[in-house]
Ligand binder design. Structure first.
Ligand code: HXC
Length: 258
């Protein structure tokens, strides 16, 4: 299906989703988030797709939730529609790895969307922020919870209370992004990274997502047990036998997701 606010390119094994509301710096409105949720669902169901990249434009990954759309809403509107809750759950439910490739502004909901992905690759032009305080509100799709886990309480409070932006260097120093690359190379680097992930056993990549995400939800001892059981369970797969045999035979592994 053709989308109006995003562009989806399905490559060899990678789905590239480009947010495409250039006139509004990719502000997230209900239409865009609905289309993004649908594209993620479809990528999840498409056997050809093994990893996903979400990106924006050179100027903005996304400058936040769409302020024009929200401005006249009431508490009842927001609460009864569970504003942006449903769509973001689709993204979070995806079992395939999702990389956010961020250039320019990733503010408010844009920063939150990037943090919902499995990891963030930033261009040297990236600017992250949670400026909702300037609008008289707080983050609404995870910013107060996820940013705090990424960068710690002190910096998260600073960002949320002052609304200041963090540049790419600070974001990398603080653990918000996994790497910073020159802006011109962002898309290629993110696609190459997603392509590298696509070569792995999909059983193992799904297990990695579950294990790392579990670390946010549980105690250390329960998380360690969860990881150990996953590790043990993967010895029931052909991909484990293939991966280890390939190492011993000094050749590339041919994973078959079995
Ligand atoms: C709607 C937006 C927008 C937004 C930018 N635009 N951000 N429209 N919602 N979040 C629009 C502008 O109105 C303008 O449209 C066009 O995009 C270009 O923006 P400018 O402001 O002219 O660009 P610039 O001067 O370069 O400034 C860039 C900027 C600024 C610093 C990013 O646009 C800005 O501060 N935007 C708002 C950032 C923000 O507060 N985000 C948090 C939103 S609340 P026109 O038609 O005038 O050309 C949020 C809550 C999340 O995200 C919770 C989710 C449920």
């Amino acid at each position: 299906m053709a989308f109006e606010t995003i562009i989806v390119d399905i490559g060899d094994h990678v789905a590239l989703i480009t947010l495409n509301r250039p006139d509004a710096l990719n502000a997230l409105n209900a239409a865009l988030l609905g289309e993004l949720a649908q594209a993620i669902r479809e990528a999840g169901e498409n056997d050809k797709v093994r990893s996903i990249v979400i990106t924006g434009s050179d100027k903005a990954f996304a400058a936040g939730a769409d302020i024009s759309e929200m401005a006249s809403k009431s508490f009842v509107d927001m609460f009864t529609s569970d504003y942006m809750g449903t769509q973001t759950r689709d993204l979070l439910n995806c079992r395939k790895p999702i990389i956010a490739a961020v250039a320019g502004y990733a503010l408010g909901g844009g920063c939150e969307l990037a943090m919902m992905c499995d990891f963030i690759i930033a261009a040297d032009t990236a600017k992250f922020g949670q400026p909702e305080i300037n609008l008289g509100v707080v983050a609404g799709i995870g910013g107060s919870q996820r940013l705090t886990r990424f960068v710690g309480k002190s910096k998260a409070m600073d960002m949320h209370l002052t609304g200041r932006f963090m540049d790419a260097d600070e974001a990398e120093r603080s653990g918000l992004v996994s790497r910073v690359v020159p802006a011109k190379k962002l898309k290629d680097e993110a696609l190459a990274c997603a392509g590298k992930i696509a070569e792995k056993s999909q059983i193992a990549t799904m297990a990695v997502k579950e294990a790392v995400n579990r670390s946010y939800e549980t105690t250390l001892s329960e998380g360690l047990l969860f990881e150990r059981r996953l590790f043990h369970a993967l010895f029931a797969t052909e991909d484990q036998a293939e991966g280890m045999a390939a190492f011993i035979e000094k050749r590339e592994a041919q994973f078959r997701d079995k």
